[in-house]
Ligand binder design. Structure first.
Ligand SMILES: [Zn+2]
Length: 208
């Protein structure tokens, strides 16, 4: 894979930071947001020194050591020739949490042009499939990419009515809510897979 190397030495941004010190917590910072999941007194952690060069992400060495590439496509919820949609973990605390990934071992910056052109319409298809579940107000699409080198988009369903869960703290709330019953989780997966397969590909979630 041909992705730009991370810097080897701290640049101006890092040299400017008060490494080792505790940053101040402004009164109007995130802890004051209506959507912040916690209450009480907070302080910011001390800023750790940078780690350069950064450690490899999972699968950085290539497809033969990538968990996505090694996972049989039949274990996906849905797949076509170039993309797959997978469940995340073995439980869910939202109406749905799914992961859209190319089948080829690419990150975003080296995604082939044909795949990149498919991405917009495909994200729309997955969002529509998740929105069609009962009680879903919004689908948040997230791409971080710090943990694994294989491109993966998280799609998280925000429950309708839970305005306290709006925005960027949804992944944190997802850790705190009670788990969705297993059969309900599987039914959501079957419905998402069937909705996608209606426009192409195979709904593997329906065959197990
Ligand atoms: Zn891979």
């Amino acid at each position: 894979m041909d992705t730009p190397a991370t810097p080897q030495e701290p640049g101006a941004f890092l040299r400017r930071l008060p490494t080792g010190e505790r940053l101040p917590l402004p009164a109007d910072s995130v802890t004051a947001w209506d959507t912040f999941p916690f209450e009480g007194d907070f302080r910011v952690k001390r800023l750790r020194p940078p780690v350069l060069p950064e450690p490899d992400r999972a699968g950085e060495g290539g497809p033969e050591e990538c968990r996505t590439c090694l996972k049989p496509v039949t274990q996906a919820l849905w797949a076509d020739d170039h993309w797959r949609l997978d469940e995340v973990g073995t439980e869910s605390r939202l109406p749905a949490v799914v992961m859209l990934q190319p089948r080829g071992h690419h990150d975003l910056s080296d995604l082939p042009a044909e795949r990149a052109a498919e991405l917009g319409p495909l994200l729309q298809r997955v969002e529509r499939a998740v929105l069609a579940l009962d009680g879903v107000a919004r689908v948040h699409v997230n791409r971080w990419g710090d943990g694994a080198a294989h491109l993966h988009f998280w799609l998280l369903a925000r429950p309708a009515g839970l305005v306290q869960l709006r925005g960027s703290f949804l992944p944190v709330w997802e850790e705190l809510l009670p788990p969705v019953p297993e059969e309900e989780r599987r039914e959501a997966h079957r419905r998402i897979a069937a909705a996608l397969a209606a426009d192409g590909g195979t709904a593997h979630a329906l065959t197990r």
